[in-house]
Design a protein around this ligand. Sequence first.
Ligand code: AHG
Ligand code: MN
Ligand code: MN
Ligand code: MN
Length: 336
Amino acid sequence: HSADAYRTDLMTITRFVLNEQSKHPESRGDFTILLSHIVLGCKFVCTAVNKAGLAKLIGLAGETNIQGEEQKKLDVLSNEVFIKALVSSGRTCILVSEEDEDAIIVEPSKRGKYCVVFDPLDGSSNIDCGVSIGTIFGIYTLADVREPTVEDVLLPGKKMVAAGYCMYGSSCTLVLSTGAGVNGFTLDPSLGEFILTLPDIKIPKKGKIYSVNEGNAKNWDGPTAAYVEKCKFPEDGSSPKSLRYIGSMVADVHRTLLYGGIFLYPGDKKNPNGKLRVLYEVFPMSFLMEQAGGQSFTGKERALDLVPTKLHERSPIFLGSYDDVEEIKALYAAEG
Ligand code: AHG
Ligand code: MN
Ligand code: MN
Ligand code: MN
C-alpha cells in the first residue's frame, strides 16, 4: 500500500503481540501485559545507555557479581529496572538474572505464570567505549506457581514460549519471537513506541562471515580449530570468510541473523564450557536462530535440548546459518 498508509498504519510491538495473542483464544492477555513491562524496561535502559556518558553512568559500580565480574553501574541499574518492571507486571513467579546469584521468587500476591530469565546488560565491557550493548530475555510458562522453586526453571530451551533481545546501538532495536517466526521492532523516540521494521526475519541459509574471539585460539579443541582454519583457508577454492567480532553477543548475533554466517563461543582447555550462560544467553539466541531458519549447536547436541543443572551454567555455542552450523557439527561428529 502507499507510503502514506504505511505512515499511519503504525504496527507497534503491542499491537503486533495482540494480533499474535488473538490466535490463542485461551490467552487472557497475560503475555501482552508481561511483554509491555519488558518493553518498558528496554525503553528505560535505552535512555540510560544513551546518556551514560553524560550522566556519569559509565565505570564500575564497585561490586562483583556471581560471575566474578566487576559490575558496571549500568549492569546494576538495568538489573534493578528489569526486576522491578517484571515483578510489577504481576505476571511472573520466578526471575533469573545474570547479576543475581539466586533466583528471585516473586512474592505470592504479585505472582503470575511466567518465569523470565534475562541478561539485563549484555556486552558490559563495551559500555565505556560506546559500542553496541543489549538486553537478552527468555520466557517459560510454569504449570504450577503455588510454591515455585529453582528446579522449576532448570528447563531445556525448547520449553521456552518466547525469547528476544534489545540492542542499544545506533538505534534501539527489539527482536522477538513468540514461537511463530522472528520480528524486529525499532524504537521511535518521538512516539516512545517500538515499530515493526524487520518483519519475519529469516537468516540466510549460508553466510560469508565467521564471528569468534580468535584470541582464544591457543586453547581451542580440534574441531573448532579445524573449522576456523576452513573459514580462513577454504579447501574447495571458495573465498575465505570475513571475520567480524564485536564482543557484545547481542550485536554479533543481530548481525549474524540479518547478514548470515556463524557466531561461535567455543569451549577450550581453560574453560571447557566456554563463557556464555545457558539460560539467558545461549537459550534465547538459539530459540531465535531456529525460529529464523538457522540452528544452534553446543559441540555435543542441539542447544535447545540441553537441560541445565545450575542457574549460571555455561555452554559452548555455535549458532547461525543452517549450512554453516552443519559444517561444524560434521567436524565434531568426525571427532567422535
Ligand atoms: P555480559 O556483558 O552480559 O557479561 O556478556 C558478555 C559476553 C557476550 O556479550 C560476548 O559475546 C562475550 O562476553 C565476549 O567475551 P570475550 O570478551 O571473552 O570474547
Ligand atoms: Mn556480565
Ligand atoms: Mn551477556
Ligand atoms: Mn550481562
